[in-house]
Write a protein that binds this ligand. Structure first.
Ligand SMILES: [Zn+2]
Length: 482
């Protein structure tokens, strides 16, 4: 049987590092990339006799994310200890939330082929991150030594758990992309997947179509890009189908994704919640959240991706596709808004953002937030095009130079001598020459082959190194060919 005979069930658990300045239970900094074990204190090192103090900002951010995901906010919640052997968390328990998480019963809408689809959000809870282990060899058991860096220990995390509502790897990807956008818009996390500040685990199972009874699921860890998530899920679906078709049972276990080999590998058999022996954290009082507190945070919510998309369509008459791409990243949407305030043709801005600018940024591994061309610089260049100073073709060259050097359009045009030729007396000799050199095309055009005109225009543009005003070239050619 093929994949079409099965229904796929996917749920995601996403960990987002919060953008607070201090850790969740102490005042150590959360900044990334420092020397090992320099951002530590007795609290996050778990030394005896210390007491945690909850960072209020963490709660603010959790409520904010919860509201943006249409969750209920618990008026009463508490912290719990999740007991486990954590070599990178020296207390040997993780302070997390268990039966009373701060947010629950939310949802997030994703775009699928058939239109909109709602994915349920079961819960969002706050917890502390663990440190980072570096093994001397391949694994913790085969290495001669392992090193541990506690800088990340105690950095606040939100764990966002979805319902098993997704039915394909593409839907899982769409969910993660939308979730990332919402966390960026609300500015609770910087969502840098490559730095591990947004991490994703997936639960996945298969069942025969129409059965309604979920199969045994596996959990996949260690996927740190959208592409890895899609690849890992596709691999795991095929693996589970093969297991079932051989008449065997899928084993409930945790698997890890090996991005290089493109396979998932068994890591450990799945622990149940009771294996962790959760119990209420005695060092922290229960968390009581007033309606006033929630109201204040609600008032601080920014315009979210969905609303912004609608606004771009309504105010700028952008096509749905453009509005969706631009609002998928807050930085890109901000860039668009800034540029549109300076230049009136929104669709032209959108074309540059989705085309040349995205291409150049991707090639350099940059994002819209560290773009060397500011919205004002792009607007200036577009105005030069409108004024006829540069042609569309020259603009591409100018734009690349601006991107490379950070220079303004007018300066690039001046330095490189790229001003468009709009003087008829300069263009006319070029037209004459090309007509003389291409008698066949002239004949073809006169015989009714319109395409011959395009060829002749192209030749003239080439001779002028792209600087001739294309409208003028067109007009002159047509006149001479009459
Ligand atoms: Zn600390």
């Amino acid at each position: 049987m093929s994949r079409a005979a099965y229904e796929i069930v996917i749920g995601l658990e996403v960990h987002a590092e919060l953008k607070t300045k201090a850790k969740i239970f102490c005042s150590c900094t959360t900044s990334f990339g420092a020397d090992v074990n320099t951002h530590v204190c007795p609290v996050c090192l778990g030394l005896p006799g210390v007491l945690p103090v909850l960072n209020k900002k963490v709660v603010d951010f959790a409520i904010k994310a919860g509201l943006a995901l249409d969750c209920e906010i618990s008026s009463f919640s508490k912290f719990d200890r999740k007991n486990y052997y954590y070599p990178d968390l020296p207390k040997n328990f993780q302070t997390s939330q268990y039966d009373l998480p701060i947010c629950f019963d939310g949802h997030l809408d994703i775009e699928v082929q058939e239109g909109k689809k709602r994915v349920g959000i079961t819960r969002i809870h706050m917890e502390e991150d663990a440190g980072k282990l570096t093994h001397g060899g391949e694994t913790i058991t085969s290495s001669d030594y392992s090193l541990v860096d506690y800088n990340r220990t105690g950095v606040p995390l939100l764990e966002i758990v979805s319902e098993p509502d997704m039915r394909s790897p593409e839907e899982a990807r769409a969910y993660l992309e939308k979730l990332k956008a919402i966390l960026e818009y609300t500015e609770v996390s910087d969502c840098r997947m490559e730095e591990g500040s947004l991490r994703c685990d997936a639960n996945i199972s298969i069942m025969p179509k129409g059965s309604g009874v979920f199969g045994t699921r596996t959990e996949i860890k260690n996927m740190n890009s959208f592409r890895a998530l899609e690849r890992a899920l596709n691999y795991e679906i095929e693996r589970q189908i093969q297991v079932v078709e051989k008449g065997r049972n899928v084993i409930q276990e945790t698997r890890t994704w090996d991005d290089e080999k493109g396979i998932t590998l068994a890591l450990r058999s799945k622990e149940e919640a009771h294996d962790y022996r959760y119990f209420p954290e005695p060092d922290l009082p229960p968390l009581v959240i007033s309606e006033k507190w929630v109201k204040e945070i609600r008032a601080s919510l920014p315009e979210l991706p969905e609303a912004r998309k609608e606004r771009l369509i309504k105010d700028y008459e952008l096509p749905l596709y453009d509005a969706r791409v631009i609002t998928s990243s807050k930085a890109m949407a901000d860039y668009f808004d800034d540029c549109a305030a300076l230049y009136p043709k929104a669709k032209i801005i959108s074309n540059w953002l989705m085309g040349d600018l995205s291409r150049l940024l991707n090639a350099e591994g940059k994002t819209f937030s560290d773009c060397p061309i500011s919205p004002g610089m792009l607007a200036e260049m577009l105005k030069l095009m409108d004024q006829g100073v540069i042609s569309g073709r020259i603009a591409k060259t100018v734009f690349e130079e601006m991107f490379k050097t950070g220079k303004r359009a007018a300066l690039v045009v001046e330095e490189k001598g790229l001003v468009q030729i709009s003087d008829q007396s300069e263009i006319e000799p070029l037209v004459e020459q090309v007509l003389k050199e291409n008698p066949q095309s002239v004949e073809d055009y006169r015989a009714g082959k319109e395409r011959a005109l395009g060829f002749l225009v192209g030749q003239i543009m080439k001779m002028s190194k792209g600087k001739a005003n294309p409208n003028m070239v067109n007009d002159l050619l047509k006149e001479k060919l009459k």
